[in-house]
Design a protein around this ligand. Structure first.
Ligand SMILES: Nc1ncnc2c1ncn2[C@@H]1O[C@H](COP(=O)(O)OP(=O)(O)OP(=O)(O)O)[C@@H](O)[C@H]1O
Ligand SMILES: [Mg+2]
Length: 256
C-alpha cells in the first residue's frame, strides 16, 4: 500500500485514497492536523521515549491506562505515526486489546487476521502484519474473535513473538485493555521493555491512577512515564505557533 497523502490529485486505483477517506477520527492528529499543537505533544512524547533509548535497540512499549476510554488507542496510533516520521525508524502497532480491539478502526482499516491468529497457530507472521499506509508504520490487528480470550495471551508465546518482531522493527507499540476492570489487563506488562500510562484529565480519579501504578509495579512492569490526554484547550485542529516543517514544497527547512 502506498503512503497516505493529505493533498494532491489522487492517482486512480491507489488504495491509499481509500485509507484517507476512512480515517475519520479527528484525534488521529498526526494525520489530520500534523502542524497542530496536539500533534506536537505526540512528537514530544516520541522524542522523550526515543531519548530514553540511547542504544537505539529495538523496544516493545505497552500503552495502558487504569480505566477504559482514557485515550490509549489514540495515543498509541499518534505516537506510532510520530515515530514513523523519524528516519530509519520502522514501527509496528499491535492491538493487544483482544476483547475490545479498536486500532484498525481508528486507522480506517478493516479488521483482518492478527494477534489471536498467531497465538493459535492459525497464521504466519507475514499474514498478520500489514502496511498501515503511513510511512514506516505497519500494523498487527487483534485478529479473529475468540470464544475464550482469557489465557490466550500467554507469556511464553508473547516473548517468542516479541523477539521475532524486534528483528524487524525498532519500536513495537502494543495497545492493551485497561488495568483495573480487566483481570488479564496486566498480562503483557511484565513482558515489554516499557509501559506508558495514559491518564485522562478530569476523568480518572487519583486513587485509580495510584492503583494502576501499584499493579504495574507489583508485576515488575517498567513504567516509562505517564501521558495526559484530553487537556482543555488542545482541540485537535489548534495550530502550533512553534511548528516548523523540515521540508516544505520540496525545499529543506524553508517555511511558507
Ligand atoms: N488527546 C485527546 N484529547 C481529547 N480527546 C481524546 C484524546 N484522545 C482520545 N480522545 C477521546 O477519547 C476517546 C477514547 O479514546 P481511545 O479509544 O483512544 O481510548 P482507549 O483508552 O483506547 O479506550 P478503551 O479502553 O475503550 O480501549 C476517543 O474516541 C476520543 O474521543
Ligand atoms: Mg482502546
Amino acid at each position: 500500500m502506498a503512503n497516505a497523502e493529505r493533498s494532491g490529485t489522487p492517482a486512480r486505483g491507489e488504495d491509499t485514497f481509500v485509507l484517507v477517506e476512512r480515517v475519520t477520527s479527528p484525534y488521529l492528529v498526526l494525520f489530520h492536523h500534523p502542524q497542530g499543537l496536539l500533534a506536537e505533544q505526540y512528537r514530544a512524547l516520541r522524542n522523550n521515549i526515543m531519548a530514553m533509548n540511547r542504544s537505539g535497540a529495538s523496544r516493545t512499549i505497552l500503552v495502558t491506562s487504569a480505566m477504559s476510554g482514557e485515550g490509549k488507542t489514540v495515543t498509541l496510533a499518534n505516537l506510532g505515526l510520530a515515530m514513523g516520521e523519524v528516519e530509519r525508524t520502522r514501527v509496528l502497532l499491535v492491538d493487544g486489546d483482544i476483547r475490545h480491539p479498536g486500532l484498525e478502526a481508528l486507522l480506517g482499516l478493516n479488521r483482518g487476521k492478527g494477534l489471536t491468529d498467531i497465538l493459535q497457530d492459525r497464521a504466519d507472521l507475514e499474514e498478520v502484519i500489514y502496511d498501515s499506509g503511513f510511512p514506516q508504520v505497519d500494523i498487527m490487528g487483534a485478529g479473529s474473535d475468540v470464544a475464550h480470550p482469557a489465557g490466550l495471551v500467554t507469556s511464553s508465546r508473547m516473548k517468542e513473538l516479541f523477539s521475532a518482531l524486534k528483528e524487524r522493527y525498532r519500536y513495537i507499540l502494543v495497545d492493551s485493555p485497561p488495568i483495573l476492570p480487566i483481570t488479564d489487563g496486566l498480562t503483557l506488562a511484565p513482558l515489554v521493555d516499557g509501559t506508558l500510562l495514559v491518564i485522562r484529565l478530569d476523568f480518572t480519579p487519583r486513587p485509580a491512577v495510584d492503583r494502576a501504578l501499584d499493579h504495574l509495579r507489583k508485576v515488575g512492569a517498567p513504567v516509562l512515564g505517564a501521558f495526559l490526554t484530553c487537556a482543555k484547550g488542545l482541540s485537535p485542529g489548534r495550530k502550533s505557533p512553534y511548528y516548523y516543517p523540515y521540508i516544505q514544497d520540496g525545499k529543506d527547512g524553508e517555511a511558507r
